[in-house]
Design a binder for this molecule. Structure first.
Ligand SMILES: [Zn+2]
Length: 197
């Protein structure tokens, strides 16, 4: 019913989670009416995100350079690594202004029903870091889901042969939720009251 090019734009918006046909159509019309400058900024942002952003070589965070801002920051504690599922969890933990160590992004969780096994995650590089850096503590900050739990136990077992403390966030985050959705106080308490695995 619309020209092909416009249908393609609607289809593109539908790829975003939570965006249905009606909303995608509304977005497409909104974009169609943008000033040239807004349009260019939007297109550039998408294009540059793809070309300029990489994964940090050390921790898996997103970065414009080989190492991300956190890994480059020498004032941060090199002896503590907080393991998170996804890049956005770093932002959630940074927001509470309490944690001063390093991060490691797994890029997912073990989920056998979906065929996601430890080898599919950023786990080997974590073990390498533990071996090379003088790591004293690994904090496992998985989301409170069954898969997060499975992954935490797997990592705990894997790291038990190294001379370091493995801790995890305290219970208190709502079951089945995501670290990213937790309010700052809940997350701060979960971090402060972390327990040894
Ligand atoms: Zn990094």
């Amino acid at each position: 019913m619309y020209p092909k090019q416009f249908e393609l734009l609607i289809e593109s918006f539908r790829k975003l989670s939570g965006v249905g046909a009606k909303t995608a159509e509304r977005y497409a019309f909104e974009v169609l009416n943008w000033e040239d400058e807004t349009w260019k900024q939007f297109v550039d942002a998408i294009q540059n995100t793809k070309t300029k952003l990489h994964q940090c070589e050390r921790c898996g965070n997103i970065s414009e350079e080989t190492l991300c801002e956190i890994c480059k920051d020498n004032t941060r504690d090199q002896h503590v690594i907080c393991v998170v599922q996804e890049v956005r969890d770093i932002a959630a933990i940074e927001k509470i202004n309490e944690y001063q160590g390093q991060y490691h992004v797994l890029n997912g969780v073990i989920n056998t029903s979906k065929g996601i096994l430890p080898d599919d995650l950023n786990i080997a590089s974590l073990v390498e870091r533990v071996k090379q850096q003088e790591v004293k503590e690994v904090i496992i900050a998985m989301n409170p889901t069954i898969e997060g739990e499975t992954t935490a136990l797997y990592l705990g077992k894997l790291l038990s042969e190294y001379p370091l403390k493995v801790t995890r966030l305290a219970h208190g985050l709502p079951i089945g939720s995501h670290i990213d959705y937790a309010d700052e106080l809940t997350l701060l308490k979960a971090l402060e009251n972390r327990t040894e695995l």
